[in-house]
Write a protein that binds this ligand. Sequence first.
Ligand SMILES: [Zn+2]
Length: 479
Amino acid sequence: MTLPSRLVALATVCSLLWPAAPVASHDLPNLGTVAESALPQAEENRIGRDILRSLRDEGDVIDDAEVVSYLNDLGTTLAATAQAPQLQFNFFAVNDRSINAFALPGGVIGVHSGLLLSAQSEAEVAAVLAHEIAHVTQRHLARMQENQGRSQLWLLAAVLAGALAGARSSNSDATFAAINAGVGLSASQQLAYSRDFEREADRLGMQYLAAAGFDPRAMPAFFQRLQQEQRHNDNNSFGFLRTHPLTGERISESQARAQSYPLKMRANSQDFLLVREKLRIATLGPVDAIAYYRQALAAGRYLDKGAMLFGQARAWLAQGDAAAAGAALPAVQQTLGNHPSVWLLAGDVQRANGQLAAAVQTYQQAMQTWPARRGLRLALIDTLLQAGRAAEARQAIDQALQRYGDDPLLWRLAARSYGEADPLRYHAALGNAFFFEQKFDSARLQYQLASRAKGEDFYLRSAIEARLRELDAQRQSAP
Ligand SMILES: [Zn+2]
């Protein structure tokens, strides 16, 4: 999508969100707190989800279950130390090789795959997430736009996130100029966090980092490397530095602060090492990734050999070379040992080789040890459906829905399991998928189709009618 059409799309959405004149902000209390009346948390949440949806629709978000779970486990661990239970967080990865991370309103935090690939340890990734979490707990975005009027928060957030087309590509300066011209934002003042906010995010972020058991020194180390690397490269690869301006003073402060914490040595988790390779394949594409692994393994240049072998097998699989992936599997298993991602890979290889029954067994066996692994469960259900074992698939879906009833992907799989033979449940399940993706118009259409479809199920029909009434009410209250 080009910049203008994307801007229009966002503007359309946001004009729905922000129709009324902004509440005057000059009678607000001091900057330390944002008055709830000026910017209700619920509205912030809506904006954050909205921008995330726009990124997802553009195909920029990496939906891989293992990646999503890893980032959310790490992010949630860090956020828990902030002791702000009223805030909800949602972490996701953007497929982009530049080094960036950003916080959207409502605790939605994105991190570019390029940042994870450039980090030299898990603690460095945790440091950046902790810094972003601090921007959220201190409501910096909301405080930044207080003087701007409410209607600009979404734009501010979208620009900081690079969620507008071009903002992450080489012609970003042109994009920024266009945006500035359009809405009167001043690039130097508005498109970056202030020095005070950065200092606050560094200070609190380091507290979170240390409380979660990571070495606080990772924060200045990463910032310093970023700054050095930027000097030797073009600036567009370092979006993080644009929106989180980095000064020598900030780095020294951060180093001094880190000294006051006890030293912590913590090994990179296997999840970190393996998820990183999945991101590498998504970012480079399978062909370049295969070349990368060949070179890295030949030169002995890597953080972890098992992760390289894992990435290589995954890259072959992504390229459609199931035979090569299968041949590489024993070495992966031998190096990495008993790990759910290795089991998932083994099942995926079997599946790619057409051994559906064996793949089902592999996933099921792994789930006995790791019942909470979403990637294993989704693969199992998907394979059961592919094998035409709809009844077993449905049983697995129902089980999963008891725990994760708001997972749109599960509802899509449910719809697939019913198929056109059962239009009532098919459309109801699709309606739920759209509903939990917050695509309310599409959800409503599916519920209407379900409501008109034949089929006996009193409780389901009542639930559909209730959902339709809820959507109606929402539509009427919306501007
Ligand atoms: Zn920052």
